[in-house]
Ligand binder design. Structure first.
Ligand code: SF4
Length: 243
C-alpha cells in the first residue's frame, strides 16, 4: 500500500531517525524508530520503556542495531505520532541521522580484563564534545576499543580510538558499506584525554573543510591524501604544544 506521506515528509522523518519500512502490498505503511545509545550502554529503565512501547505500538520486538543502538520496528503510520510522544515522555532520545557525528560505540573497556582505557567514559566524553556536530560532508562514525583486540572495530569507523598501554591510538577513514576501507593508523600516540579531544576536533575540522558533499571521510583521505591530513594535524599539534 502506498504511504500517505510525500517524499519530503519521509525524508524529514528519516532525519528524526524514523525510517519507512519496505512496503508490503495491501498493508499499511510501517516505520522503524531508532533511539540513541552511547557506548552500547542502556539503563534497565530504558529497556523497560522500550519493551512497553514495542508491545503497545509495534509487534512486541526490539531490534538491536549494528551500532549498539536499538530500534522499535513495525510501528503503523497511524500510531506514529502517539508512539513518538510516548517515547519522548519515557525519556528515550531519538538516534542521530544525516551528515553529523553519530553516536559513539564502545566495548566494555573497564570491566573487560584486557581493557587498557575506560572506553565507556571516553565514549561519553567524545559524545558530549562532538555528538550531533553537523556541517560535515557525510555521516561520521566513531568507535572506541579498549585494547588491540579491537572488538568494537575502530578500524572500520570514520575515526577509531584504540587503547594501548593506557594511551590512545587513532585510526582514520575506516568504513564498511559497499566499498569497505580499513582506517589508516595515525602515527601519534596520544597520552591524555585533553590531547585526544583536541586531535579529534582537528580531524573533524579537516574533514569538514576538505570533504566534498556526500563524501565519506575515508574517500576524502583517498582523494586529498593522508599526508595532507597528517600535515594539518602536525601543524595544529605543534601549536597546541607551544601554548
Ligand atoms: S577491545 Fe579489548 S578491552 Fe574491549 S572488549 Fe575487546 S578485549 Fe576487551
Amino acid at each position: 500500500m502506498k504511504t500517505p506521506l510525500s517524499v519530503e515528509e519521509i525524508a524529514s522523518l528519516k532525519a528524526s531517525a524514523v525510517f519507512l519500512e519496505k512496503q508490503k502490498r495491501g498493508k499499511p505503511a510501517q516505520f522503524s524508530v531508532r533511539f540513541l545509545v552511547v557506548g552500547g550502554k542502556v539503563s534497565a529503565d530504558d529497556l523497560r520503556s522500550a519493551a512497553a512501547l514495542a508491545k503497545r505500538y509495534g509487534d512486541g520486538t526490539v531490534h538491536l542495531t549494528t551500532r549498539q543502538g536499538f530500534e522499535i520496528p513495525h510501528v503503523p503510520y497511524g500510531k506514529l505520532d502517539a508512539f513518538r510522544k510516548a517515547a519522548a515522555e519515557a525519556g528515550l532520545k531519538q538516534a542521530l541521522s544525516g551528515p553529523c557525528v553519530r553516536s559513539i560505540t564502545a566495548c566494555p573497556g573497564t570491566w573487560c580484563r584486557f581493557g587498557s582505557i575506560d572506553t565507556q567514559a571516553i565514549a561519553q566524553m567524545i559524545f558530549r564534545k562532538f555528538g550531533k556536530r553537523g556541517n560535515l560532508p557525510h555521516k561520521f562514525k566513531i568507535a572506541v576499543g579498549g585494547c588491540r583486540h579491537c572488538c568494537s572495530k575502530p578500524q572500520e569507523n570514520d575515526l577509531g580510538v584504540m587503547g594501548s598501554g593506557g594511551c590512545f591510538i587513532l585510526f582514520a577513514g575506516g568504513m564498511a558499506g559497499k566499498t569497505p576501507r580499513w582506517g589508516d593508523k595515525l602515527p601519534a600516540v596520544i597520552k591524555t584525554k585533553k590531547e585526544l579531544l583536541e586531535t579529534i576536533g582537528h580531524v573533524i575540522a579537516w574533514y569538514s573543510a576538505c570533504g566534498n558533499p556526500k563524501e565519506r571521510f575515508g574517500a576524502t583521505i583517498e582523494r586529498a591524501g593522508l599526508e595532507n591530513l597528517l600535515r594539518y594535524l602536525a601543524e595544529r599539534q605543534n601549536v597546541s604544544a607551544g601554548q
